[in-house]
Ligand binder design. Structure first.
Ligand code: ARG
Length: 478
């Protein structure tokens, strides 16, 4: 396709070109359709830059006032006047071009001064860092709402035991609350990962130029602190090529998605007729167009399903970055769309998970019935023998034999008469079976982090403290 676009004299780079870009290529290289989302950050950065230019004598106080007023106007129009926004944006190459066009429209030649000594390479890196910082704060808030629903469910169901499983096989009894708090631990770690993504994003690239730095003596530290960054980037070449902050954010999102997917899987299984551990809330389920009886766990299935996109976004950016030479390359423009989409999806997934979790009713009877299977007390039985001085391996073997005998007789092992037990191991006494119970098994796990009711109560209050102490920076909604 060689058709020529009409010459646009307001391009940011047209001077050394004789001919216009091919139309198809031109559409291909533009990013305004998605980087328009960075406009609020671009305008904030522009304000700081205008003041910085005044600081080095490149703009007068009056010019700065005029520029700031025009930037305010652009901000206002872009949120209130869709026709103005779309009209001006129609031939904007990217968000940086859009603002320059709007400034020139407003201020004439003064509008061309703001880009003095700076490059889109540092601008886009700065805008994107600011976006990630706000985005992470939004997801931290959503995570804290999810943690809160875990807390409420853990409190409500404190007396409900369940059959703890490993390999999806009944293992040992635990409290349902303990199981729920296992999930909240995972999501608490996600909060920490988000914090570390914010720490990577929290460095201001402005003053790095296209790659070499700034020759007008711009005060980098002043701009950084004006924009709320706690530090400046250390190397101008690195600053325009570094997208580690985006990778860190996507990694944190992929962690959340993976944890959400695991939670979803648990609930899908628990909602099956075979388990019937949970009653699916109408508000978060759908029916079948064919089978009138169906109530499907679609909220959880879709959360589980969407996890692929988030992991894909992380892998996509890693793949884009792999093999890039150092410094800015246009490939880096590919960093934004998937991250924006992953952020939006996670926000949605967390909101739905929080709603579905808080409206789920647990079937305490079914959970207790499964937890009451005497086979789940086999480890306690071995521990009983350990307390009588028998080495654990031997105790394990003896209880194994007891279980096999019960299996042969087709009775629960706790119903075997004492004589039958004594035949297997003469030191068995009458208290063997009577000392073992579901409550005793639960109560014995009273180490910190264990499933004993007192340990779980401590874990609940620890989670409450953690939620209370969360200090989430309230930024704009990205
Ligand atoms: N749209 C570009 C991006 O997202 C902005 C920087 C463009 N720089 C350039 N030299 N063409 O990366």
């Amino acid at each position: 396709m060689t058709s020529q676009a009409q010459r646009k004299d307001d391009r940011l780079w047209g001077g050394r070109f004789d001919r216009e870009p091919d139309q198809q290529f031109d559409a291909f290289q533009r990013s305004f359709a998605f980087d328009r989302r960075l406009l609020p950050y671009e305008l904030t950065v522009d304000r700081a830059w205008a003041k910085a230019l005044q600081g080095v004598g490149l703009l007068t106080a009056v010019e700065v006032q005029q520029t700031l007023a025009a930037l305010d106007k652009i901000e206002k129009f872009s949120t209130t006047d869709a026709a103005w926004f779309e009209g001006l944006g129609a031939d904007a190459e990217d968000v940086h071009h859009f603002v320059e066009k709007a400034l020139v429209k407003e201020l004439g030649a003064l509008g061309w001064k703001l880009h003095t000594g700076r490059s889109r390479n540092e601008l886009v890196a700065t805008d994107f860092r600011l976006f990630v910082i706000d985005a992470a704060a939004q997801i931290q808030q959503a995570l804290s709402a999810l943690l809160n629903s875990f807390l409420l469910q853990a409190k409500t169901n404190l007396s409900v035991p369940m059959a703890g499983m490993t390999h999806m096989q009944h293992a040992q009894p635990i409290l349902l609350s303990h199981f729920l708090l296992a999930h909240s631990e995972a999501f608490s770690r996600d909060l920490t990962r988000l914090e570390s993504a914010v720490a990577s994003a929290d460095a201001c690239p402005l003053g790095s130029g296209a790659l070499a730095g700034n020759s007008f003596g711009i005060d980098r530290n002043a701009i950084a602190s004006e924009l709320g960054f706690s530090r400046i980037t250390a190397n101008s070449v690195d600053a325009v090529s570094d997208r580690d902050f985006a990778l860190d954010y996507l990694f944190a999102l992929a962690g959340i998605a993976t944890h959400l997917s695991r939670l979803s899987e648990d609930f899908v299984i628990f909602a099956s007729q075979e388990f019937a551990y949970v009653v699916l809330p109408d508000e978060y389920s759908t029916g079948s167009s064919l089978m009138p009886q169906k109530k499907n766990p679609d909220a959880w299935e879709l959360i589980r399903g969407k996890t692929g996109r988030i992991t894909g976004a992380l892998l996509g950016l890693l793949t884009t970055l792999k093999g890039l030479p150092t410094s800015y390359q246009r490939d880096l423009q590919e960093d934004k769309e998937a991250l924006f989409a992953a952020h939006d999806q996670i926000a949605h997934m967390l909101a739905v998970a929080t709603g579905a979790l808080s409206t789920t009713k647990f079937n305490a009877e079914r959970l207790r019935a499964a937890a009451s299977n005497p086979a789940l007390l086999a480890t306690e039985a071995a521990d009983y023998l350990v307390h009588k001085g028998i080495p654990f391996r031997q105790a394990h073997d003896i209880v194994g034999k007891v279980l096999r005998e019960a299996e042969k007789q087709n009775v629960p092992w706790t119903s075997l008469p004492l004589e039958a037990l004594k035949k297997i191991f003469p030191a068995f006494e009458a208290d063997f079976v009577t000392s073992l119970s579901l409550d005793a098994a639960l109560g014995s796990k009273k180490v910190p982090g264990g499933t004993a009711p007192e340990s779980v109560r401590t874990a609940i209050s620890d989670l409450q403290d953690r939620i209370n102490k969360l200090r989430i920076k309230r930024g704009a909604t990205p």
